[in-house]
Design a protein around this ligand. Sequence first.
Ligand SMILES: [Zn+2]
Length: 278
Amino acid sequence: MKNGLLFGTAGTPLSTENPQSTIKGIRRIRELGLDCMEMEFVRGVNMGENTARDVEQVAIENGIKLSAHAPYYINLNASDQQKLHDSRQRILQSARICAVCGASDVVLHAGFYLKNTPEKAYKTIAKQLTQLSDILRAANTNVTLRVEVSGKESQFGSLTEVLTLSTDIDGIAPCIDFAHQHAKGGKDNTYDEFVIILKRVEKRLGRHGLDNLHLHVSGVEYTDKGEKKHLNLRQSDFNYVDLLRALKDFDAKGRIICESPNLEEDAVLLKQTYMAMS
Ligand SMILES: [Zn+2]
């Protein structure tokens, strides 16, 4: 059976032998029967080019697809010019090292609304992302920037904003974080709601959008302000079975990155649950 969805972890699996490294993590992903891994540059891009070349080699040998998560400290809507400059550099640096690793996608949190209206923030962030995408393409850095759906109301990145950016700007695509989406109001947790989301993706991005999904999945604890913390799937109310069912019914393709605290345990659970569906 051909499997159009790939399953992996956000970062090196916990069961990777110590001292852990990206390379050992890739080998561990393979041992676990998983398919992909998202390198976590969330506290900074600390991988050199030589290591990146080795990472690419090991990923190819093991048939593991790579992506990366850019540093958390990014705000493309910052009014402080230094902060804006640093945010842009962090994205470019992540993308460049990804290209050396053979990683195809960089996930990023685009920023915060601060005192701006959502419309104003959208314009500012769209302009920045257009420039960044142009810079990368001019340098032949073949990496897709994936703007993540945010988990808090104060944070830029509603599903609508992310899909609109992906429609408006070449080189931008969505990272749909289903835990974040659910954490904003407690909805989006039934089969019918998942179907609505997938239909919205198809309407905006066409079949190509459904064939190239990049998803984050985990359990989540939330308050009326949104995401509080990630949970393991079975300790949460997140309806991952119906999400997988909807993805299967749409014959969706792409990657599911598991961000549960137990990482590979839930990634394997997701993959096995999906594979058992007919
Ligand atoms: Zn994220």
